[in-house]
Design a protein around this ligand. Structure first.
Ligand SMILES: O=P(O)(O)OC[C@H]1O[C@H](O[C@H]2O[C@H](CO)[C@@H](O)[C@H](O)[C@H]2O)[C@H](O)[C@@H](O)[C@@H]1O
Ligand SMILES: O=c1ccn([C@@H]2O[C@H](COP(=O)(O)OP(=O)(O)O)[C@@H](O)[C@H]2O)c(=O)[nH]1
Length: 457
């Protein structure tokens, strides 16, 4: 079997515990197969960017690269997270059009290519991840790299019209055509990419959905919805009930039911709208006051970026207002916690919650939705309230699907979830578990790599 080389900005180096679905997913996939994982070290240094660090754990070798402040600001805080992230999440109002950050993004991608190329062999299979590294295959090809190269976009692919709002979009999005395979979270994302390739790349699309480029050459395109390690999460959540943090949470509820939200503090996750929808639930269903406590876990993310700082301020204001308005001397309706929790603890929290609230305004997949379901007690499962604008909604259509902008709709879904009879809860849970266990993180990895290498997978 060829060596697998995975490249992503975020690397889950052993011992690191940081929220984010990409790292969680790749950790499970690489851990099972072994290989090399290359990416940013997570360190911002004073000296020049580019110093490499190596370590090994099990069959995985980690090679990570430091970035200095200027590069990190332009590439990660700048073009990746202030230009591409809002663009790809359909937030044109938040897109930063600065040219300097674009140059920094290209500079860092070139540095990735310079450092990675000498480590590669012709028979490697190279799998590059996410919007931070779109041009990397083209830059590696310039450096003589000949192995198969695939790319997976973890975030949504917006419509061609939306992409065209990015100045010189063709220079960046045209570099997708250097890959052998480009994968997306949903069929609709893949179709939007094909449409972009036809309109702006002059490409045609054959009956198998392969993009045929005008100058010859082709790019295979497919939908590969990322999964979770469902079996592990089910085991962890059953065991987590004995963890002190989980026991403490259960005792603190004094017999009340729990609704839970778990998200990086990111404007794509729809937390202000979710908080308001919870308040609307208390107003529209007054008999429910005091019976359901909402715990929102929201670890700070991309805290150097102004839009994320603004969101944090905004959420503190809304949370304070909701508790000021609705709390009773013996009940706080909303608990808002800016802390990152290790996975085993989170799975115990999920299992305690009768309602899982996953209401992003736009999300590539949303692994929390799948984790919440996998962590439930099969004999007494909770109910997932899920945004129809999350990639996960394509598979989890037995959730209570909501429009996250429709506060009354979300409020009523919370009420329905909290009151749902056991038989319906079980039926919905079993239906959601079928895709979650049938197409888990290992199947995702096999499906993508099977297509990339032309094997059955
Ligand atoms: O690396 P960070 O800047 O700290 O951000 C964390 C990750 O956020 C995004 O995750 C996406 O990937 C998930 C797994 O496929 C998916 O479920 C979710 O919908 C996406 O938002 C980002 O795309 C990653 O690159 C980041 O590492
Ligand atoms: O305190 C936390 C909060 C979140 N997560 C994990 O971070 C990932 C978030 O992935 P998701 O796809 O939902 O969204 P992303 O953050 O990647 O946009 C999930 O595996 C969560 O369990 C975590 O480990 N600790």
């Amino acid at each position: 079997m060829s060596r697998l080389v995975v490249v992503s900005n975020r690397v889950a180096v052993p011992g690191e515990n940081r929220a984010g679905g990409l790292a969680v997913g790749l950790e499970a996939a690489l851990g099972a197969r072994g290989g090399l994982w290359f990416g940013w070290s997570g360190k911002v240094v004073r000296e020049d960017s580019g110093r490499l660090h190596e370590q090994e754990a099990g069959d995985v070798k980690y090679v990570t690269m430091d970035l200095n402040r200027a590069d990190h600001d332009a590439y990660y805080n700048g073009f990746a997270n202030r230009t591409l992230w809002p663009l790809l999440h359909s937030r044109l109002d938040l897109v930063d059009y600065a040219r300097e950050t674009r140059a920094g993004y290209r500079r860092v991608n070139m540095l990735f290519a310079d450092r990675l190329a000498p480590l590669l062999r012709d028979d490697d299979v190279l799998w590059i991840h996410d919007y931070h590294l779109i041009p990397l295959a083209a830059l590696l090809r310039d450096r003589g790299v000949r192995c198969r190269i695939g790319f997976f976009l973890h975030v949504p692919m917006p419509s061609a019209d939306l992409v065209s709002a990015l100045p010189e979009h063709g220079r960046l999005f045209g570099t997708f055509f250097a890959y052998d395979l480009v994968g997306f979270q949903t069929v609709r994302d893949a179709d939007r990419f094909r449409t972009y390739a036809r309109i702006f790349g002059g490409a045609s699309v054959d009956a198998d959905g392969v993009v045929k480029l005008p100058g010859g050459g082709s790019v295979a395109v497919g939908a590969f919805p990322i999964g979770i390690d469902a079996h592990r999460i089910a085991q962890q959540s059953a065991a987590a009930i004995n963890k002190s943090a989980v026991r403490a949470l259960r005792e603190s509820l004094s017999g009340r039911r729990l609704a839970i939200g778990v998200d990086r503090l990111d404007y794509s996750k729809g937390m202000p709208e979710r908080f308001r929808a919870f308040a609307r639930f208390l107003e529209r269903h007054p008999a429910e006051r005091g019976k359901l406590t909402f715990l929102q876990i929201a670890p700070v993310s991309r805290g150097d970026v102004a839009e994320y700082q603004h969101l944090r301020d905004q959420l503190e204001g809304i949370a304070g207002h909701i508790n000021g308005t609705h709390a009773a001397p013996d009940w706080t309706p909303l608990r808002y916690v800016n802390r990152n929790f290790p996975h085993p603890t989170l799975t115990g929290f999920y299992r305690l919650a009768s309602v899982g609230l996953v209401t992003p305004l736009r999300d590539g997949m949303n692994l929390v939705a799948k984790e919440y379901v996998a962590a439930q007690d099969p004999d007494d499962p909770g109910v997932l309230v899920l945004s129809m604008l999350a990639g996960a909604a394509a598979e989890l259509d037995a959730a209570l699907l909501v429009n996250p902008y429709d506060l009354d709709g979300v409020a009523d879904a919370i009420a329905r979830a909290a009151a749902m009879p056991l038989a319906e809860r079980r039926e919905r849970w079993e239906s959601m578990m079928r895709p979650i266990t049938g197409y888990d993180i290992h199947a995702w990895c096999r499906a993508f790599l099977g297509r990339l290498t032309g094997s059955a997978g």
